[in-house]
Design a protein around this ligand. Structure first.
Ligand code: SF4
Ligand code: SF4
Ligand code: SF4
Length: 376
C-alpha cells in the first residue's frame, strides 16, 4: 500500500501525530473500544487487546489513529460535515419519524424490537444494494464479536442487543481487505456511528473503506456495561450465574436489568449495576445516534415496534423503497403512543446526566476527551 504520509500529517500539530498520543485516550478510560484506530492505521499496527488499543507493529507517527478516534473530534465538526448546517438539540436533526416493524414474521420475531434493522439489512442484501453488513454478534459467553454478515442467516443471527461494546470498526477493514466487499451497510451504537462518520469525513486513504458504506444504521443507546463488570464480576462472581447460561437480557427505561437463564430470572436494580457501566458511557451525550442515516430504537413506540428516525436523503430513499416493497410497515410516529416525546426526553436525560458528569470531572481535574476538556 502506498501512503502519502505528507498528506496524512498535513494540518495536524506534531503532538497529534503519534500513536503515543492516542494512548492518552486509552489510559484515561476514555477509549470506547470502537476499533476505529485499528481500522485506520495504514500499516495495520493497532490491535484491540482486552478492549484496549495496543500498538502491535511499526508506527510511522502519521497521526491517523489519533485523528480518527471519535473521542478526539467535536460534535460541531461532524454535524457540519454530515448535515451541512448546525443543530443543537439532543435528539439531532431528522426528516421523518416513524413507528414500524418488519412484515416478515420470522424477522419480526427474531429481530430486536420488531426487526426493523434486520428487515432493512435483508432487503438491502436481497436487492443487491449491499454485499454484506457490518454488525455486532456475540459468542456463547456474551462477548461481542464484530462481524461481516454476508448471508441472510448471518444477519438474522446477529440481531439483538449485546450490552457491552466491541471493536466493530475493525470489521469494516476486514470487509474490504478479506471479504472484498464493494458495498456494505454499517450498524452501530451512537459512538460507533460517530466513529465511522469521523472516518468518512477525514483522510482520503480511509475512503477505500468508507466509500463502500452505503448506509449507516444507528441504534438508540442509554449506556453499555463493561464485560468484566457485568458478566464476570456481577453475574459470575457475585450471583453465580454463568454468562453462557444467560438466554436473555433486557435493559428497562429506568435502568434496571432483567437477566434470564433457562430456570431463573434476576432483576438488577440500577444502583446495583451502576459500577458495571462502561466508563466512557458516563460522559456520552448521544442517545439516538445523531450521525446515522437512519436511527432505530425501542424508545417512543409500543413493544415489538421500533422508532425510526430518517435523518439523511440517502436514508429516506432506502426506507421509502423498503416500505414500497412491503418489507417494513411504518406509520408516522406522532400517531403512536408514547411517540417522539419519549425519545426527546430520553435524549435530554442522557445529555443532562453526561454534562453533570463532565462538569464534576472538570472540577475534580479528572480526564475528559481532549476536545471537551482542551486537555490530554
Ligand atoms: S502508523 Fe499507525 S499507530 Fe502509528 S500513528 Fe499512524 S496510525 Fe497510529
Ligand atoms: S479509536 Fe476507538 S478504540 Fe481506538 S483509542 Fe479511540 S476510542 Fe479507543
Ligand atoms: S452510551 Fe455512548 S459511549 Fe456508551 S455504548 Fe452507548 S453510544 Fe457508546
Amino acid at each position: 500500500m502506498i501512503v502519502n504520509k505528507t498528506h496524512l500529517v498535513m494540518g495536524k500539530s506534531k503532538s497529534e501525530r503519534l500513536f503515543g498520543h492516542l494512548m492518552g485516550v486509552v489510559h484515561q478510560d476514555l477509549c470506547l473500544n470502537c476499533g476505529a484506530c485499528a481500522a485506520s492505521c495504514p500499516w495495520g499496527s493497532i490491535k484491540l487487546i482486552n478492549g484496549r488499543a495496543t500498538l502491535s507493529g511499526n508506527c510511522t507517527a502519521c497521526g491517523l489513529c489519533y485523528a480518527q478516534c471519535p473521542q478526539t473530534v467535536t460534535d460541531e465538526t461532524l454535524i457540519k460535515k454530515i448535515f451541512g448546517s448546525s443543530f443543537s438539540t439532543p435528539l439531532g436533526t431528522y426528516k421523518e419519524a416513524y413507528s414500524g416493524c418488519a412484515r416478515n414474521p420470522e424477522i419480526r420475531n427474531e429481530g430486536q424490537d420488531g426487526g426493523i434493522v434486520t428487515g432493512l439489512l435483508e432487503f438491502l442484501l436481497k436487492e443487491e444494494l449491499i454485499e454484506g453488513a457490518i454488525v455486532m454478534d456475540r459468542d456463547s459467553e456474551w462477548k461481542t464479536q464484530p462481524q461481516v454478515a454476508v448471508t441472510r442467516r448471518e444477519i438474522i443471527d446477529s440481531s439483538g442487543a449485546k450490552y457491552t461494546p466491541g471493536p466493530i470498526l475493525t470489521a469494516t477493514r476486514d470487509a474490504v481487505d478479506h471479504y472484498l466487499l464493494e458495498k456494505m451497510a454499517f450498524v452501530g451504537l451512537p459512538c460507533q456511528v460517530r466513529a465511522i462518520r469521523v472516518m468518512e469525513s477525514e483522510e482520503p486513504v480511509l475512503r477505500r473503506i468508507t466509500n463502500r458504506v452505503e448506509l449507516v444504521l444507528g441504534l438508540f443507546c442509554q449506556h453499555c456495561f463493561s464485560y468484566e463488570g457485568l458478566f464476570e464480576e456481577k453475574l459470575k462472581k457475585e450471583m453465580n450465574v454463568n454468562p453462557s447460561d444467560v438466554v436473555g437480557i433486557n435493559l428497562a427505561k429506568n435502568g434496571s436489568l432483567t437477566v434470564k437463564t433457562d430456570d431463573s430470572e434476576h432483576e438488577l436494580s440500577p444502583n446495583s449495576i451502576d459500577n458495571c457501566i462502561f466508563e466512557p458511557c458516563r460522559i456520552c451525550r448521544d442517545f439516538s445516534a445523531r450521525f446515522a442515516d437512519i436511527s432505530i430504537g425501542a424508545a417512543g413506540t409500543p413493544q415489538k415496534y421500533s422508532t425510526i428516525l430518517i435523518r439523511t436523503d440517502k436514508g429516506k430513499e432506502i426506507f421509502r423503497r423498503a416500505v414500497d416493497r412491503g418489507i417494513v410497515e411504518a406509520e408516522p410516529l406522532e400517531d403512536t403512543d408514547p411517540s417522539i416525546k419519549d425519545v426527546k426526553n430520553q435524549s435530554l436525560k442522557k445529555k443532562k446526566s453526561a454534562e453533570k458528569e463532565i462538569q464534576s470531572r472538570r472540577e475534580e481535574g479528572k480526564s475528559l476527551p481532549p476536545k471537551i476538556s482542551g486537555e490530554l
